[in-house]
Design a binder for this molecule. Structure first.
Ligand code: COA
Length: 617
């Protein structure tokens, strides 16, 4: 739970929720997140810099780190502050992390921050199939929510350890709210009378759809279907003004427009209905077809940003925590807002919903007359109209700039490295380092997300992939003078080094959140930012040209998000036993990067690693 920053709906709600969390056994087993020892982090930071910096620069940084970490130095003082913070807070870093990484970021959520998951195309290709599937999906999500609400969702485990389940209740009825300087998140599910509706958006028009009967039971699939048909008949024409596009803007711009928009009472009511809704369902028109081999990339783009203002981008409210996207052509996926949600929880939710959707259709309910879904109206004055026009232009520029390349690597999956005693994630990360090196003739600061959910309120830390061992391996791999045996040894060493870093990160002993904590502790104490964070080495080491993330799932899904820096890539993957789903993104305006080139090179790097380990294959 992000205690410090989440704004409760009513005073006292937060406390009620805290008490409620303690009552559920699912919140019990996890331990507090430790603050790593200062000396250990300093030493590991220098080790992480080794493959990235020339020796003279590294020497300079080494001296700076020594001064910071020495006995009685500034580092020690800040470390004591963090340890005190850890004693008195739910989690010493999560609320700072969410504030710093998400809520203070001013970049648009579309394409930059919100991740999307594209799922396999469903078996229908017209609006009838779309509404049938959407009805089942809504029922499946409500079924999952009922498990969360009753505390009966089974505790999850990673490497035999129970994981913190606190994030699940926050997924529903929550929304990010833009502010002129920073955003905040509102959670309505903890209110005395939690919302009982979802919002449905079709042809850029939003509807409020009640999904519970007056006795608190959820609507049946048949009832939901009847209501969706009514929404369809009310939204046959595209609204001239796609209000949702406003949420794709730069956050300062949207923060100001939000303020203007909510001056009007009708607008305020409509916006609140979207924010309060349990989730949003986006009923999209078909994904524009190009060629079969590009379809999966196009579909991922559709999930991520709606495909453009002439396509489905007006069917999104990017601030909303959960948005399910169901297209008329069978396309299906989910878009989520990152301040509240993490990939693995979303994958669990989707796995549940897809299992639910496999069940045979339920018995039709007697046709009790239901209230008409409520269309949400907006009053658009010239100022708001101008805001929308500006947002449309900016979103189309952003969409044209974001290159997305998805592919399925079919030659092997996670079983291959496992059979050789190698961690699949570490193996893929070394392949990624090799691919990046082959494209750019250098290695770069790269981050892979590791879950901190073994700890109470834990979010993520970073595993830094460019280790000295990875550098040695990628330099040797294409060198014909190095023997095959030596290359195999170097590969195994690189994988082992990565696996060791993974273990450290999962145990809460990685360096990046600790370094961030030390920096923010200095700011909290009113001190100037310590010199080690002003050092060019720190800037280089945190300029994440390669942002990566594994989101494993039981289904053939692929997650996708944009790069963290203008000259970088983002790579997501979902390893299955005999194949791996990948997505690669990069910005077109950067001349050095090319998503497709990295994707193709990654594919061949994986094949070459297999050939190295199994020359006869
Ligand atoms: N030999 C044989 N098998 C091995 C092995 C080895 N040396 N090392 C690992 N394996 C096995 C594991 O037991 C596991 O088996 P399973 O498929 O039966 O479960 C499988 O290989 C996968 O292990 P690995 O590839 O090492 O991954 P992991 O899941 O243990 O850890 C993390 C990878 C760190 C990415 C993951 O645990 C994690 O933290 N995920 C969350 C990431 C996240 O939050 N992303 C959000 C992005 S928005």
């Amino acid at each position: 739970m992000i205690w410090g920053k989440i704004q409760s709906v009513k005073q006292g709600t937060l406390l009620v929720f805290q008490v409620a969390c303690r009552r559920h056994s699912r919140f019990a087993p996890v331990t507090p997140q430790p603050v790593p020892p200062l000396g250990q982090t300093m030493q590991r930071y220098l080790r992480a810099l080794e493959p990235l910096l020339p020796p003279d620069e590294l020497e300079h940084t080494r001296e700076m780190v020594r001064l910071f970490g020495q006995e009685g130095g500034l580092g020690e003082r800040l470390q004591q502050g963090l340890e005190k913070r850890a004693r008195f807070s739910h989690n010493w870093i999560s609320d700072w992390w969410v504030q710093w990484a998400y809520l203070e970021s001013r970049q648009p959520l579309a394409g930059h921050s919100n991740p999307a998951i594209a799922l396999p195309k469903q078996d229908y290709s017209d609006w009838r199939g779309q509404l049938m599937f959407a009805s089942k999906l809504i029922a499946g999500v409500l079924d999952f929510k009922a498990k969360v609400d009753s505390g009966s969702l089974p505790v999850e485990y990673l490497r035999g350890q129970p994981l913190c389940m606190e994030l699940y209740p926050l997924l529903f009825s929550s929304c990010r709210i833009p502010g002129p300087k920073h955003d905040h998140v509102v959670h309505y599910s903890q209110a005395r009378r939690p919302p009982t509706h979802i919002t449905v958006v079709r042809n850029f028009q939003f509807f409020q759809l009640e999904v519970y009967n007056s006795d608190g039971t959820p609507l049946t699939e048949g009832q939901i279907h009847a209501q969706l048909c009514r929404i369809r008949s009310q939204s046959w024409k595209t609204d001239k003004e796609p209000m949702g596009i406003l949420t794709s803007e730069h956050r300062n711009t949207w923060g100001q427009a939000y303020h203007r928009l909510l001056r009007d009472k009708i607008n305020k009511e409509s916006v609140r209905a979207i924010e309060r809704g349990i989730f949003t369902l986006c009923l999209d028109s078909p994904v524009m077809r190009i060629s079969d081999d590009k379809y999966s990339s196009r579909m991922a783009a559709q999930m991520l940003h709606g495909g453009g203002t002439y396509s489905n981008s007006g069917n999104r409210w990017f601030d909303k925590t959960l948005q399910f996207v169901v297209g008329e052509d069978g396309s299906f996926g989910l878009l989520y807002e990152h301040a509240t949600a993490e990939g693995p929880q979303i994958a669990t939710l989707l796995d549940h919903v897809l299992e639910y959707c496999k069940q045979p259709d339920s018995v039709r309910a007697p046709l009790i007359p239901l209230p008409m879904p409520k269309k949400l109206y907006f009053y658009i004055d010239p100022e708001i109209k101008r805001d929308i026009e500006q947002a449309k232009q900016n979103l189309d520029i952003l969409i044209n700039d974001l290159d997305i390349s998805c592919f399925i690597f079919r030659r092997f999956g996670k079983d291959f490295p496992k059979q050789l005693g190698l961690s699949p994630n570490a193996f893929i990360q070394v392949a990624l380092q090799l691919a990046y090196y082959r494209v750019h003739s250098e290695i770069c600061a790269s981050c892979d997300s590791a879950s901190l959910r073994m700890f109470r309120g834990g979010r993520t830390d970073i595993i830094r992939s460019p280790t000295s061992q990875a550098l040695q391996f990628v330099c040797a791999f294409d060198d014909p003078s190095v023997s095959r045996e030596a290359k195999v040894d170097l590969l195994r060493e690189a994988v082992a080094a990565y696996a060791a870093l993974t273990e450290q990160a999962l145990q809460g002993q990685a360096i990046d959140r600790h370094l961030l904590g030390l920096k923010l502790q200095a700011i909290e104490e009113g001190l100037s930012v310590p010199r080690i964070f002003m050092d060019t080495a720190y800037g280089l080491a945190t300029h994440w040209k390669l942002r990566t993330g594994q989101v494993p799932s039981n289904t053939d899904s692929v997650m996708c998000f944009g790069p963290l820096v203008p000259d970088g890539y983002a790579v997501c993957y979902n390893p299955q036993s005999d194949h791996v789903h990948f997505s690669v993104t990069a910005f077109n305006c950067c001349e050095e990067t090319n998503a497709e080139k990295l994707a193709v090179t990654l594919e061949s790097a994986l094949c070459h690693l297999q050939e190295l380990l199994h020359p006869a294959v």
